[in-house]
Design a protein around this ligand. Structure first.
Ligand code: CLR
Length: 264
């Protein structure tokens, strides 16, 4: 099972001074990341494709809109935390991640897990009607009205549109997600050099895949998306701070521990 509200990941002492990835061929790194993505993806693409026209009714949308702000925030925090838990599991299976020190694993997850959720959102997004899979059906921006952060919601949906436009394959989504997580520029890393080495491997794996797919041009486009992801995640944190000032007790007592640990 996946850890709930507990970021401490069983730490195995290093058995050699080698990085595990140095012994793997780039093909193996690719295959391993793609497999990890598949095993932790929460929903299969085919499953989501089959449901993409299952929309909420007017009444259902109205029921969400009529929730109180704190109730809707709590609800979304729960859904987000579910998604984040799968991302934590994905991270742990990226070759080299578990060999990083505990501090750096946590730094990477604090900064990157929400970004990966937003990358994964493209799999659960229907561009034809701008809806996202949420609570078992597809929902447009209006369903999230009670959160009172329409700017964040609009920006997140815009991002989903623009990332969907790149028409990434599942393999490309997997490797891009890994690259988003293993970011050696995050503040407060203790062993930046080691993170950098793991990142180089992932980068190599992604460019290898793009080369094989004859889509090398995507690399630059993906790096542009990284900047947008960063701004979306700061906006999320900003909104959470604002909400916490209004409803400190909701955040304190009713939000999932993992959500607080990562974002609050
Ligand atoms: C992302 C892909 C995951 C499944 C999944 C679960 C929860 C969804 C998330 C996806 C996309 C973003 C989402 C989220 C729940 C709430 C959040 C729709 C589809 C929206 C953007 C609201 C954020 C509100 C915060 C301010 C709390 O496999």
């Amino acid at each position: 099972g996946m850890p709930r509200g507990d970021m401490r990941m069983s730490y195995e002492p290093e058995d050699s001074f080698c990085y595990p990835t140095s012994m793997m061929h780039i093909e193996e790194v690719c295959a391993s990341i793609v497999r990890s993505h598949r095993e932790t993806s929460q929903y299969r693409v085919e499953e989501l494709q089959a449901l993409r026209w299952k929309l909420f009714s007017r009444e259902e949308i109205h029921a969400y809109q009529s929730k109180s702000m704190d109730e809707m925030w709590q609800h979304c925090a729960l859904r987000l935390t579910d998604a984040v838990q799968y991302v934590v599991e994905f991270a742990k299976r990226i070759p080299g991640f578990r060999q990083l020190c505990q501090n750096d694993q946590i730094v990477l997850l604090k900064n990157g897990s929400m970004e990966v959720v937003l990358v994964r959102m493209t799999r659960a997004f229907n561009t034809e009607n701008s809806t996202v899979f949420f609570d078992g059906k597809f929902a447009g921006t209006e369903l999230f009205k009670a959160l009172a952060c329409s700017d964040l919601i609009a920006a997140v949906f815009d991002f989903a549109h623009s990332l969907c436009a790149l028409r990434l394959t599942e393999q490309q989504v997997a490797l891009f997600s890994a690259l988003v997580l293993i970011n050696s520029d995050r503040p407060c890393l203790e062993e930046r050099g080691r993170v950098e080495r793991v990142k180089k491997e992932v980068e190599l794996a992604l460019s290898h895949t793009l080369h094989r797919d004859n889509q090398e041009g995507l690399m630059n486009k993906l790096y542009q998306k990284v900047a947008i992801l960063k701004s979306l995640c700061s906006l999320h944190i900003e909104k959470l701070r604002w909400f916490r000032q209004l409803y400190p007790l909701t955040v304190h007592s009713l939000f999932p521990p993992l959500y607080k640990e990562l974002f609050a």
